[in-house]
Ligand binder design. Sequence first.
Ligand code: AMP
Length: 137
Amino acid sequence: MSAKNWPSPPIERGLIVHCANETLRPMTIFEKIIARQIPAKIIWEDDDAIAFHDVDPQAPVHVLIVPKKVVPRLTDATDDDRALLGKLLLVARDLAKELALSSGYRVVINCGPDAGESVPHLHVHLLGKRALAWPPG
Ligand code: AMP
């Protein structure tokens, strides 16, 4: 069955989305959070991105900053994403200030299996309120 002939109900329910190449794929967990299909502790949002607390925090503060545009991972970003990528870091800076991470914080992007990426939707981790070891495991 071609993508165009796929019955519409799953798409209307927002469970499946069209990709640019006309194939279908399930929504990622982050797309579902953006669409308010599943709950999250959202702390900031604008038209381009959203930030919410990680469900499995690795530090007393562990926030994810997620672009609303679906870019699976940094490898897939293009020159057109330059401003968006810069914005994610500036949001991390602003949230670090808002969350009083005055003694330091870490900003992490896991890209691909060796880095432990588990959600294929680009996101920036903001971790703080504890001393973080280096090098990472
Ligand atoms: P990564 O391993 O870099 O792909 O990071 C994915 C992060 O998403 C992990 O730290 C997960 O704990 C987090 N995560 C997964 N599902 C949820 C969710 N429903 N709400 C908040 N964070 C989530």
